[in-house]
Ligand binder design. Structure first.
Ligand code: BGC
Length: 339
């Protein structure tokens, strides 16, 4: 294992932003930025041993600051949507910033993805931490949050930890956009994907859950047997059509919960988590733009597997709870393994 850091850019306020490189024994390399605790690149060998960068990203800090697609970022305090930004906790009503139609999305206007984190190397890991102050984007409690990146064999391991001084809600994820054929090398329609899920959280046209845990059987959402991402992404069904493809939370029912393979490179990603859900997002709204090395990114040029609590779960008490109580410690692990 080799860990190093290099200056990546300077924030408008003058703070320095570093890029941390973690290289494992086989040469798999992940680059993570202090800004947004963002995965900037993951380089893995293809079937012929040629290095391929399998995540979208930018070469400069300015592009990250200008971007609005959460590319590679750590998302919080609450990833995904909260209906109308409203919830109740301990009898108190909270209203969060509305930044996605009528809903709150990905922590608000200045979510964790837009913050500069403190970073330090501890043994063979890099730990990113920040304090999200009481009231930030409307959330209660001072939250101490840590996201730790390391290689465990060929698995990029992401460990989340958090503690609060007042009861709050929490849903942390990583928003990496994967293209296993290489970032900027076309659409992911021909990637094979398998997801261990019998059900998904059905949504209204605003992408907020109706409350139904709908069976995947007989729908575009059925990935229990591997199929290409493009096979049903263009169907007329209400689970894909209004969103221009997949933008849905699956109820994880087996582990590892997903396996994806790039058709051109043969690179396989196996994903696992202890979280109850995963949002499959197929870059339906990714604006046409240039990324690293001037490559073209846009519609369907990547897919995300955002491990998480179910969207809007704070308003669905029958689902696993996103409440973090004072005195408790939140701990969670997600791994992305490359072969
Ligand atoms: C959401 C999408 C959104 C995307 C980028 C995903 O997690 O579910 O609706 O467009 O993030 O912002």
């Amino acid at each position: 294992m080799e860990i190093s850091k290099k200056l990546f850019g300077t924030m408008p306020g003058g703070e320095k932003v570093f890029c941390w490189t973690l290289i494992n024994e086989k040469g798999l390399a992940a680059k993570i930025l202090d800004y947004g605790a963002t995965v900037q690149s993951i380089i893995v060998p293809d079937k012929d041993g040629k290095p391929v960068d399998v995540v979208l990203g930018y070469d400069t800090l300015e592009e990250y600051i200008a971007g609005d697609c959460y590319i590679g970022a750590t998302v919080g305090r609450f990833a995904n949507r909260i209906k109308e930004g409203k919830f109740e906790l301990n009898g108190e009503k909270y209203e969060l910033c509305i930044n996605n139609g009528q809903n709150h999305l990905h922590g608000g206007k200045t979510g964790f993805d837009r913050c500069l984190w403190s970073a330090e190397q501890i043994d063979e890991k890099v730990v990113f931490s920040r304090t999200s102050p009481d009231g930030e984007e409307g959330y209660p409690g001072n939250l101490e949050v840590k996201v730790t990146f390391s290689w465990e064999g060929d698995s990029l391991k992401i460990e989340y930890e958090a503690e609060t001084d007042r009861d709050t809600i929490l849903n942390l994820t990583n928003h990496s956009y994967f293209n296993l054929n290489g970032a900027g090398n076309g659409k992911v329609d021909e990637h094979l994907l398998k997801i261990e899920a019998e059900r998904y959280t059905a949504c209204d046209e605003n992408c907020t859950p109706t409350g139904e845990l709908a069976p995947v059987e007989g729908t575009a959402m059925d990935f229990r047997n591997p199929k290409t991402i493009g096979k049903d992404a263009y169907n007329d069904e209400p689970c894909v059509k209004p969103f221009g493809g997949y933008d849905a939370n699956f109820v994880i029912s087996g582990h590892p919960f997903a396996v994806a393979t790039g058709d051109k490179t043969g690179i396989t990603l196996t994903a696992d988590t202890d979280q109850p859900g995963v949002q499959l997002y197929t870059a339906n709204a990714l604006t046409e733009q240039k990324g690293k090395d001037g490559k073209d990114y846009g519609f369907r040029s990547a897919f995300c597997l955002e491990t998480q609590h179910f969207p809007d779960c704070i308003n669905h008490p029958e689902w696993p709870s996103p409440i973090l109580r004072k005195g408790e410690k939140f701990e969670s692990v997600t791994t992305y393994t490359f072969m």
